[in-house]
Design a protein around this ligand. Structure first.
Ligand code: GTP
Ligand code: MG
Length: 329
């Protein structure tokens, strides 16, 4: 594909053209050279949106809350992009369809762009496609980008690194879940919300969370994650949640923490890309040709240690300039 074609698509995306945004996201999901060329074109016009991660156990009401937050943003005249990341196996597409139906009313609004991504199992994995997809929505001019994931695995926790604000959704009656989530997710939450506050036990869940927050040491100028309640189904508590999200962004801006978070994100992306390049290069047939075969034999014959061989292989990969030339970036 000619570069001018990619440049054209990038310009259309920057102009906010919906069909181009949809097409660009499809490219990014499938990865490869076109995706990288497109991301390169878009990168200079990113870094403007407020990226908010919405995570929590399955069924706590993340999508319902997301829909509510979209409405709050729209009422304030802000444009919104939503990425609902489906961590389920490629075999079950159920919840994508569910999300689509539940968010149906928002699909008609030009100021909103919603996309479900089932990237688990795709080459490069969840955490590689997501930041590029966020960038694309950012470049298309969306003021707010909401990223929904079930916080089940390390991949989903990693995705939250790309957000400036993380909202952790809990629901009453999921005591064990809270325990399970404690290690990974409570740590990264900037705002807690106990959804389904219409159900028994909501006050207790909120109390447990508040106790956990209180146990975490905080400096005098640190942000202390608030614990809010909501009934997303009835649109209750969503405006207060939106306000907390805004307050957190203000805190990031005034404290200098925003720059530090962006720096951390940059580092994670660079290292992630370097790892992906390297493993692709190491697996490529070119780097395994001739000499390398002989090296492996020498390892078998105890003439070379596995580590020394690995160093030689890395030197060779670097010298051949193959790094990043193939595979997903
Ligand atoms: N009682 C009650 N039910 C709710 C509330 N919010 C959402 N629900 C219901 O809970 C179920 C799950 O809601 P979703 O918004 O799909 O939850 P989710 O966390 O996005 O689910 P997954 O994406 O599948 O993990 C739906 O049947 C909702 O109608 C609430 O405030 N109260
Ligand atoms: Mg959902």
């Amino acid at each position: 594909m000619a570069l001018s074609h990619i440049e054209h698509l990038a310009r259309q995306i920057q102009a906010g053209d919906r069909r181009s945004v949809a097409r660009g996201l499809t490219w990014i999901e499938s990865g490869g050279q076109h995706a990288e060329a497109l991301s390169e074109q878009l990168y200079p016009s990113t870094g403007r949106a407020h990226v908010v991660g919405i995570t929590g156990s399955a069924g706590v009401g993340k999508s319902t809350l997301t829909r509510g937050l979209v409405r709050q943003a729209r009422a304030r005249g802000r444009t919104v992009g939503v990425l609902a990341i489906d961590p389920s196996s490629p075999f079950s597409g159920g919840s994508i369809l569910g999300d689509r139906i539940r968010m149906n009313d928002l699909w008609q609004d030009d100021g909103v762009f919603i996309r479900s991504m089932a990237t688990r199992g795709a080459l490069g994995g969840l955490s590689h496609a997501t930041p590029d997809a966020i960038d694309l929505l950012d470049a298309s001019g969306k003021d707010l980008i909401l990223v929904e994931t079930v916080g089940v695995g390390q991949d989903e926790v990693d995705v939250m690194r790309f957000a400036q604000t993380v909202i952790l959704v809990s629901a009453p009656g999921l005591g064990d879940d809270i325990q399970a989530l404690k290690a990974g997710l409570v740590e990264i939450a900037d705002v807690h919300v106990v959804n389904k506050a219409d159900r028994d036990g909501a006050a207790r869940t909120a109390g447990d969370l508040a106790a956990m927050v209180a146990m975490t040491p905080h400096g005098a100028n640190d942000w202390i994650p608030p614990v809010k309640s909501a009934v997303a189904l009835r649109d209750e508590g969503i405006d207060a949640l939106y306000e907390e999200m805004q307050k957190h962004l203000d805190h990031l801006n005034t404290s200098g923490e925003l720059r530090r978070r962006r720096r951390r994100t940059a580092e994670a992306r660079v290292l992630g890309a370097a790892q992906a390049f390297l493993s692709a290069a190491l697996r490529s047939p070119i780097s395994q040709r001739d000499q390398v075969e002989e090296w492996f034999d020498r390892v078998v014959d105890r003439a070379l240690t596995p580590r020394a061989c690995a160093r030689a292989l890395l030197r060779r990969v670097g010298r051949d300039g193959q790094v990043g030339q193939e595979g997903r970036t």
